[in-house]
Design a protein around this ligand. Structure first.
Ligand code: HEM
Length: 408
């Protein structure tokens, strides 16, 4: 996004919420000649803010298409990945294949036990202060890759860097920064080599582990390249997102002492559902992806028949503001209040429609479990705001607490 102008107006989530509230009231569907996103070809911009119109855009995938294909191909060194595809045989094949391999029941039987164990051990070793981003919320996702996927990578630090840099290039580098692209393509090449090696090594020396790599290799008719491309997309989707969402949820919670105390009480009482309700309500105020963008494949109209109907010329980049949708008083009860009794359908934290996050059920389970041991600590306080080191992703977030046995 270009510096200044709208970008500056949208710099913090509070500013975004205010700007979207004004748009929802006075110009719910806005068209601009300017291209706010330059990373992907387009002829102008439309900003869509009402809940019903945001869902309309994301449901009409034939008219409002994903744009990521060229950068997906640059990352894989050739093939597209299913998030870059429109509804097609290839899309349905790859999603179905990966759903057979990464199964819903694994969340309860594999992921929750793994994350519970790793998070408890990290927090126990921390004393009375820790860098939550560097030591917990970046680490847990790469441990999922190591232990559940069977992909430890050259090191945890390298896996964090590769996945974060590639994600940045694919989804967040809206202004097409050459340095971001160069670093991502270098990391992508290294990651492809690593995956080729890991797949070949496992093929040559099979193990008994029930991990994702073995499940991929056990699938009939699936070649090495298909495995590599799909694993690349999933790795990228998994690490920076879980890290960012966990830090955003935690910092929104820590900015609300009453909600923090209630979340901590839920964590200590082992009430995972109540803990999750606090964390996802907190994330609603600052979701990892506040907008989801699509390009119009033809001239079309959004909100046809309403006063706010908007003509969208083919080629327009349509910004469907899911953050705004989650604050739309026509769709949610008292959206500006922090409430923990909202129906799950009120949340649009990781997309909507055909491309809704593949990891949705993983996110719902992993984020609370990852933060739970930290939230059981007394007198939690942040030493400073999360530091992204000039990237879109939290790199450091130092939080301290009162060590057990210390007088109050
Ligand atoms: C809290 C963490 C996460 C957030 C905030 C998040 C966000 C999103 C969003 C917004 C989309 C839709 C993108 C669009 O429509 O343009 C999406 C799709 C996707 N996500 Fe996630 N994600 C998270 C975690 C994960 C995890 C853990 C995985 C892997 C297991 C994953 C893999 C994917 C994939 C493969 C898609 C494409 C789905 C499709 O095209 O059908 N994500 N995610």
């Amino acid at each position: 996004m270009r510096k200044g102008g709208l970008a500056a107006l949208f710099a913090t989530s509070a500013a975004q919420r205010m700007a979207f509230a004004i748009l929802r009231a006075f110009k719910p569907n806005l068209r601009l000649k300017r291209r706010l996103i330059t990373a992907y070809e387009n002829s102008g911009t439309a900003i869509i803010t009402r809940h019903s119109d945001v869902t309309e855009v994301l449901e009409r995938e034939a008219d409002f298409a994903v744009v990521y294909e060229p950068r997906m191909r640059a990352i894989t060194g050739g093939e597209n990945f299913f998030l870059g595809m429109q509804d097609s045989a290839a899309y349905q094949h790859d999603v179905s294949l990966m759903r057979l391999i990464i199964r819903r029941e694994d969340v309860a039987t594999r992921l929750i036990p793994l994350v519970t164990r790793e998070a408890a051990s990290i927090v126990a070793q921390a004393g009375d202060c820790m860098d939550v981003a560097a030591d917990l919320t970046q680490r847990i996702p790469v441990r999922i890759l190591a232990k559940y996927f069977g992909l430890p990578g050259p090191s945890e630090a390298v896996m964090i860097r590769w996945t974060t840099q590639m994600f940045w290039y694919l989804f967040s580098d809206l202004g097409a920064d050459a340095a971001v692209g160069a670093a991502a393509l270098e990391d992508a090449a290294a990651c492809r080599l690593y995956l080729d090696g890991a797949i070949a090594e496992r093929r040559a020396n099979p193990t008994e582990d029930d991990d994702i790599l073995n499940r991929c290799l056990a699938m009939p008719g699936v070649d090495e390249l298909t495995i590599r491309n799909n694993l690349t997309g999933l790795m990228i989707g998994l690490v920076p997102t879980l890290n960012k969402a966990a830090i955003l949820a935690l910092s929104q919670l820590m900015a609300r002492p009453e909600a923090l105390a209630a979340a901590q009480a839920a964590a200590r009482a082992d009430d995972d559902a109540l803990l999750a309700a606090h964390l996802f309500e907190a994330l609603r105020f600052d979701p990892a992806n506040p907008i989801i963008y699509r390009r119009a494949t033809r001239d079309c109209v959004i909100a046809r028949g309403h006063f706010r109907a908007l003509q969208i010329p083919a080629g327009t980049m349509v910004l469907a503001a899911n953050l705004s949708a989650m604050f739309d008083p026509f769709a949610l009860e008292a959206p500006r209040e922090f409430r923990t009794d909202r129906p799950w359908g009120d949340y649009m934290l990781w997309g909507y429609g055909m491309h809704t996050c593949f990891g949705a059920h993983i996110n719902r389970a992993v984020i609370p479990q990852m933060l739970k041991p930290l939230l059981t600590c007394a007198n939690l306080r942040a030493e400073a705001a999360p530091d992204c080191l000039g990237t879109p992703f939290p790199a450091h977030f130092r939080v301290c607490w009162k060590a057990q046995g210390t007088p109050p």
